[in-house]
Design a protein around this ligand. Structure first.
Ligand SMILES: NC(=O)c1ccc[n+]([C@@H]2O[C@H](COP(=O)([O-])OP(=O)(O)OC[C@H]3O[C@@H](n4cnc5c(N)ncnc54)[C@H](OP(=O)(O)O)[C@@H]3O)[C@@H](O)[C@H]2O)c1
Length: 281
């Protein structure tokens, strides 16, 4: 399918909106990113998620220009890496990201990880508030902020992140953070939405049964669950058929019972990536 109109958007404070289904490029080498991101834009994605640390901002920027899709029709996210959380460093880092991307603004700039032990997660957030004021980032948010650090950043600035990007998939549903987000009007964005290939998620019987019932793939069922749950998500694939398959998940509607069956897969030990409370660098 190549119909982005099937992808719903969620409103962000200030009048912007974020397409609920986007395309992530974690662990994609720069030149490959330049190629697969064009494929994603041709397939119909209009939301791209990169980061300074992925080393592929230049390739993503090249793809945007090569695609012929107008910059203003793309929702573009990048992230501030952990070594640049000091105020002045963060401003410079954002300017450098924009330079690599070849754009004058990003739609969303995120602090990539809180890294509580560094003690600069509030300072980083203050820098993002400034970057938004200067127009370099249309919307700002955080990623991988444990609840205490998220509260602290909000209390120190009075500014609530528009988006919090966190590890989230059926085996790790982050109910506590999501409840806080709902209370404060923060959009929850799922990274690792397919479980990053680190578990048997896509072979789980609850998922494969729902997939069979709809003539869909397990990945599409998982992505449809994210969408039905009001989450934004950014699956990554460098496989042409999967790039198209994942976007088509926006057309799959699960029943309330199917959503509930996937809700029941949450596990206390379901985290696959680093724990944001203890990550050190
Ligand atoms: N903020 C953060 O700290 C953070 C951390 C991690 C990720 N992210 C963002 O979130 C995005 C997504 O997370 P992720 O890349 O870690 O994990 P993911 O999207 O959950 O999983 C990607 C893996 O699933 C495979 N896959 C993709 N589509 C599939 C399909 N339809 N069927 C079967 N397998 C499929 C991919 O393989 P192929 O590529 O070989 O097709 C790849 O191995 C990233 O790209 C990045 O933009 C953010």
């Amino acid at each position: 399918m190549s119909d982005q109109s099937a992808v719903p958007s969620l409103p962000l404070p200030g009048g912007a909106s974020i397409p609920q289904l986007g395309y992530g490029v974690f662990k994609v080498e720069n030149d490959v990113a330049a190629d697969v991101t064009v494929q994603a834009l041709e397939a119909g994605y209009r939301h791209l998620d990169t980061a300074k640390v992925y080393g592929n901002e230049e390739g993503v920027g090249r793809a945007i220009r090569a695609s012929g899709v107008a910059r203003e029709d793309i929702f573009l996210t990048t992230k501030l890496w952990n070594d640049a959380q000091r105020f002045d460093d963060a401003i410079t880092a954002c300017e450098a990201s924009l330079e690599r991307l070849g754009t004058e603004y990003v739609d969303l700039y995120l602090v990539h990880w809180a890294v509580p032990v560094q003690g600069t997660y509030v300072e980083a957030w203050k820098a993002l508030v400034e970057l938004q004021k200067r127009g370099l980032a249309r919307s700002i948010g955080v990623s991988n902020y444990p609840l205490p650090q998220l509260r602290e950043a909000i209390d120190a600035t009075g500014v609530v992140p528009s988006v919090h990007q966190i590890e989230l998939h059926p085996y790790f549903q982050q109910r506590e953070l999501r409840a806080f987000h709902e209370e404060h009007g923060i959009v929850t964005e799922s990274w690792g939405p397919l479980g990053q290939g680190k578990s048997d998620l896509l072979e789980n019987a609850a998922i494969t049964e729902i997939a069979a019932a709809h003539g869909a793939t397990p990945a599409q069922v998982v992505l449809a669950w994210h969408l039905a749950s009001g989450l934004v998500t950014i699956p990554k694939s460098v496989t042409p058929s999967r790039i198209v398959e994942n976007l088509a998940a926006a057309q799959l509607e699960l029943t309330a019972a199917e959503v509930a069956a996937i809700d029941a897969l949450d596990r206390p030990d379901g985290r696959g990536g680093a724990d944001p409370s203890t990550k050190e660098s």
